[in-house]
Structure formats: C-alpha cells, structure tokens
Design a protein around this ligand. Sequence first.
Ligand SMILES: [Zn+2]
Length: 225
Amino acid sequence: MECVIYFEDYQKDVLSKLYTSAYEEENASIRFSGGNGKLAPEMERLLYDNPEVFIIAVLDMVPENSDIVTIYNHLKMIGKLHPEFQRRYIIIPNVCAEYRFIKAFKERKLFRSREDVDLCLNKGDYRKSSLLNQLFLEEGVYHKNFEKYCKFILKYTVNHCISIDSVENELLQKFYLEDCDCKDCDFSRESLKDKFIDEYEATERICRNTVMGGTEQEKRNHDAW
Ligand SMILES: [Zn+2]
C-alpha cells in the first residue's frame, strides 16, 4: 500500500518545494492540488484509480475562510458516497504552511517584528498589528483573513531571500532552495528542511502507522504487548 499526503497548496510555492525536498519517507508521496476546491475531486479520482493508495488530506482550516466548511463537507462526502473509500483516507487539520514555517523558526532572527510573530502564533486579532495598520495607511495593504496575514509576515518582516513576495524571481528565493550565504541566514538548508518537516510530525506518524505498520521500533513495541 502506498501513502499519499495531499496538500491544497500550489506545487510551485516555495514552502511546497521545501516540504517536498525534506520528505524522505519511503512508500509515500506528496501531491499538491493547487487550490482547496480541487482537493476533494482529485482525491476521489485517485481513490478510484489506485486501490492501493491511502490518502492523508492536509486541510488548511484558517479562521474566517468560509470555504472551509464546504471543502470539509466535500471530503467527508467521498466516504459517504463510496463506503469502500471510507477507510482509505483521513483529513488532518492544518492552519497553513506559512503558519507552520513561522512556528518552526520563531526563535531564529528571521523576523523583524516580534509583535507580529507573537500575534500570529497566539492566533490573536491580526487587525491590531501595528505594522499592518501602518502599511494600510501608507500603501493600502489589507488582508482579509488569517492566512493572508501569515503570508504578510513572510513578505514584509523578513529579508528579501526569505520574502515569499519574491518567489517569481529565482535569485531572490535562495533561502528555501539552497544554502543562503547572506549574514542573517546562519543555518544550512539541511537544518532548515529538518526543522520544517518536524512541524508535520503527526502527518508522518499517521502515514507510517497506517500504511507501513510503524517503524521497526514501533513494531517491536507492539509485539512486546
Ligand atoms: Zn539569506
């Protein structure tokens, strides 16, 4: 059996690339639907096409995004319409990739605004952010939900090598793709990958336990019972 971890993000996003490059588990693959509306139909097709697949759907459940209930219901509906698929997929709630990244690296000196990192990780009222309000007055910067606010932090409060605003320019997205040599990026890409993937530990564990019967150690622990 093969485990597929399905994200709703776009494959071209730097955080998608970072996650994919960090993932080393065998017998598992990663897919990106490129939009949450595509997640359920793509998963349903995959369950049809490949009877050997088990899917972990990582769904971004961002506050104030009204689409989520619809998407979640679509995902649940797959199992209701096809009882044979019911035990072949699971939905794991996420906040969003950007939130995971900010959480993983909160201790590092990557972010210029401590206030925004704290506000974000405490899931506070982002409308109270001083920086956001300042940029709203100066440039009309506005964000309609929490996920956009997480993107805002990764765009306005970091060096240009980290800024997700610069993803279209390959010279500027170095941080995610190779060892960045600028003075603020004081850690290797290997440690970057490890730290980011640790954030998804629960997903990895489900994949291992459900499909591969656990690690050798976990199997031994199980046999001991
Ligand atoms: Zn850098």
